[in-house]
Design a protein around this ligand. Structure first.
Ligand code: ATP
Ligand code: TZP
Ligand code: MG
Ligand code: MG
Length: 266
């Protein structure tokens, strides 16, 4: 696990610029989370500049949490610019499976943009895999086999998939990491999933395989949540402690905390 742990040092050394077109619930938390990590966030949603910003960024995050038609146009234009430049694109299909507009938009973005990785909860990934999704607003109540659903989505969509929950499944349809870091308090802070999508984008800039980079990001993030939860009284103090731990947690401490299993040739 030392190779996976070393990615956090590489991310901090590289200090990538992460362009986020994200929802208006989590914008501030995402920017602060990325700054705590040691990377540069920028939010640029306007159709008029989304492509220009993507073309100077090191990675792009498309998040449909509070989508509007102009914002979707901005996402597609930024996504195409990112593809032309060859930078990673992370897609967070927030609430896919919940309404026809979200469903249609999620599939449209995946048609138009070459996405490097999709990060969602079980219900969202199940919807994209064509399974019977249960998405309550933006939260999942899907009760199926998460590993099977993630593998199916990755194979069908031809992209890496990170399905998060109590256990995290990270797969490209051929091999898989199962991650067991994390804390239940993460489900009581809005944007815990959205910030993770942006943290994964930062890790994708250090030129590892998508799977290794995502495994590094997910383990780092989950380990930070565990440490933060130890000194928290509830969701309010957890949110502050989580940002502090994202700032302080280093490669050496992380190494002893990673809970990852790897499965090859699925
Ligand atoms: P949802 O909207 O369903 O809450 P989300 O998009 O916010 O989903 P999560 O699945 O909650 O995303 O994942 C965010 C982070 O929280 C991940 O790092 C994941 O490992 C962690 N996590 C989620 N649920 C739990 C849990 N019950 N126990 C431990 N960690 C969890
Ligand atoms: N409503 C629309 S987007 C959003 C809410 C509550 C934030 C979802 O964030 P996350 O990371 O999926 O919990
Ligand atoms: Mg959540
Ligand atoms: Mg989410």
């Amino acid at each position: 696990m030392s190779e996976i742990a070393s990615l956090i040092t590489k991310v901090r050394e590289r200090q990538p610029l992460i362009h986020n077109i994200t929802n208006n619930v989590v914008t501030n938390f995402t920017a602060n989370g990325l700054l705590s990590l040691g990377v540069s966030p920028v939010m640029a949603n306007a159709r008029e500049e989304a492509a220009d910003m993507a073309s100077v960024a090191d990675a792009l995050v498309l998040n449909i949490g509070t989508l509007t038609t102009p914002q979707v146009e901005a996402m597609i234009s930024a996504g195409k610019a990112a593809n032309e430049k060859g930078i990673p694109v992370v897609f967070d299909p927030v609430g896919a499976g919940a309404t026809p507009f979200r469903n249609k938009t999620a599939l449209h973005i995946l048609e138009q943009v070459n996405v490097s990785l999709i990060r969602g909860n079980a219900g969202e990934i199940a919807y994209l895999a064509g399974a019977d999704a249960k998405v309550k607003g933006v939260d999942s109540s899907f009760q199926g086999n998460n590993q099977e659903i993630a593998i199916k989505a990755a194979r069908q969509l031809g992209t890496a998939v990170v399905l998060t929950g109590e256990e995290d499944v990270i797969t490209n349809g051929d091999s898989l990491y199962l991650g067991k870091n994390g804390h239940q308090l993460q489900t009581r802070v809005t944007g815990a999933g959205c910030l993770l999508s942006s943290v994964i984008a930062a890790f994708l800039t250090v030129k590892e395989t998508e799977l290794k980079a995502a495994a590094g990001a997910v383990s780092f993030y989950g380990a930070a949540a565990e440490i933060a939860a130890d000194s928290s009284k509830g969701p309010g103090s957890f949110q502050t402690a989580f940002l502090d731990t994202i700032y302080h947690l280093n490669e050496k401490e992380l190494q002893g905390k990673i809970k990852l299993s790897y499965f090859n040739h699925l």
